[in-house]
Design a protein around this ligand. Structure first.
Ligand code: EPZ
Length: 417
């Protein structure tokens, strides 16, 4: 089991390039099951989660070839299975995104119920509500979910919560259904738009992605496509906070700044200087930071995936900040770990009250989910002494080469077995 060691580092300096978005690559790889001709994806990040979903695709009969530099070629012309192996499903919740494509392409799909994880129970009721509305029979039994429906028929579906995964799964199921499907209260994340763009290249007829109402007209068949995955807005935000927390001066490259407006706004409120120039963002951190309040919300609100990283920054701000997590019911697992480093944080329901302290101290801590892991790395950069982070497999799931990229910026970070 490897661990990551972080030592107190100087202010970060230099340039870092953001990789392709994990939360765009995963649904797009699942959607590749819908194509009947060659698909070429570029800028796919090199992550464990990408490895897992590629294994899932291969286990279903798709041909998957991976090349250097983030290029993957897929051909799903001859799918020969509709059931995903339990051991792969249990590794990653996002594997559940193959349900929609398999159901609409093969008329049946069977996969294990996605496990919960540290940040919450992660239900799938909205995914299943959508599949049922399209006419599928759903059978949940012995930890498995099976869906059957020879010919799905479009319908109007209202999502009680703008779930990213449910929006993606239903959109993928609807592209080959008969007639029109409308998803109301749909998620509006940039990754939804990227998936819709990819599906349209395959030949799907989708309108309104990125708004709260998405209209899909079913087509007979989908072909092939060449598509580049959008940059990872959460990875970008994480490096921006790394500059803010160390009082550094870095340039983050390959950023779509319109995707991270809330993060830029909040960092500016803490006192950071942020310069935007095309796909580059320069972040100049200060020696002292104002305490600011944040409330996580579905896009375009402040992203829940940046909450833990921001909490690390607020741990050493001047004053008290209130962090409210409205998206997941249990996304404060990093609080206890930060407290081991000397942070002063109290949880009250969905709110965390962070009292800024002058400094943190290095400690042995563990990553409880991938963003919590990133938050502990950020805290370790400014904590006195050494921070040793365990369970780093969480970090490897979502960050492409984080030690290399931080080392290049002057951070003292390395991995030990
Ligand atoms: C996606 O997860 C992301 N993962 C998450 O990123 C991200 O935090 C989340 O969206 C919110 O932005 C991928 O895209 C692979 P949701 P997803 O369905 O789709 C409730 C990361 O760190 N809900 O939008 O699972 C659910 O309980 C990961 O990269 C239902 O109630 O998130 C949660 O409270 C973590 N019923 C809320 O919606 C459902 O059927 C948001 O979940 C589905 C969800």
């Amino acid at each position: 089991m490897s661990k990551i060691v972080v030592e107190k580092s100087p202010p970060l300096k230099g340039t870092v390039r953001v990789s392709g978005a994990k939360n765009s690559a995963l649904p797009i790889l699942a959607a590749s099951l819908l194509g009947t001709e060659d698909i070429v994806l570029e800028d796919v990040p090199s992550l464990r989660d990408v490895d897992v979903i590629c294994e899932v695709l291969s286990s279903l009969g798709a041909e998957v070839e991976r090349y250097e530099g983030g290029k993957i070629k897929i051909n799903s012309a001859n799918l020969n299975k509709h059931e995903t192996p339990y051991e792969l499903m249990s590794k990653m919740r996002a594997s559940f995104l193959v349900m929609g494509p398999l159901l609409t392409r093969l008329g049946k799909a069977k996969t294990s119920l996605p496990g919960g994880c540290a940040i919450g129970t992660r239900p799938i009721d909205l995914h299943l509500k959508g599949f049922k509305a399209l006419g599928a029979e759903i059978d949940v039994d012995h930890g498995y979910v099976a869906a059957y429906g020879d010919k799905l028929v479009g319908d109007r579906i209202y999502l009680d919560f703008p779930s990213v995964g449910a929006t993606e799964n239903i959109m993928m199921a609807a592209v080959l259904a008969e007639g029109e499907t409308v998803i109301d209260n749909a998620a509006m994340e940039p990754e939804i738009v990227d998936l819709a763009n990819f599906l349209s290249k395959l030949g799907a007829d989708i309108k309104g992605a990125g708004t709260s109402s998405i209209r899909i007209n079913g087509v007979e068949k989908l072909g092939g496509a060449h598509h580049s995955v959008i940059p990872d807005r959460i990875e970008a935000g994480t490096y921006m906070v790394a500059s803010a927390i160390t009082g550094g001066d870095i340039i983050v490259e390959n950023v779509i700044t319109s995707h991270i407006k809330p993060v830029i706004a909040k960092l500016r409120e803490t006192g950071c200087e942020i310069w935007e120039n095309g796909d580059k963002v320069r972040v100049i951190g200060k020696d002292s930071r104002n305490a600011v309040d944040i409330k996580t919300l579905p896009y375009p609100g402040f992203p829940t995936d940046m909450q833990a990283q921001f909490m690390s920054l607020m741990s050493i701000s001047k004053g008290t900040s209130v962090i409210i997590e409205t998206v997941f019911e249990n996304r404060f697992m990093h609080v206890d770990e930060l407290k081991r480093m000397g942070a002063d944080i109290k949880i009250d329901g969905r709110s965390a009250i962070v009292q800024g302290v002058d400094s943190l101290t290095g400690a042995q801590v563990k990553a409880t989910d991938l963003r919590a892991g990133a938050a502990l790395i950020l805290a370790g950069l400014i904590a006195d002494g050494q921070t040793i982070i365990d369970h780093v497999y969480h970090i490897d799931r979502g960050y492409d080469g984080i030690e290399k990229k931080l080392t290049k910026l002057g951070a003292k970070i390395y991995r030990i077995e």
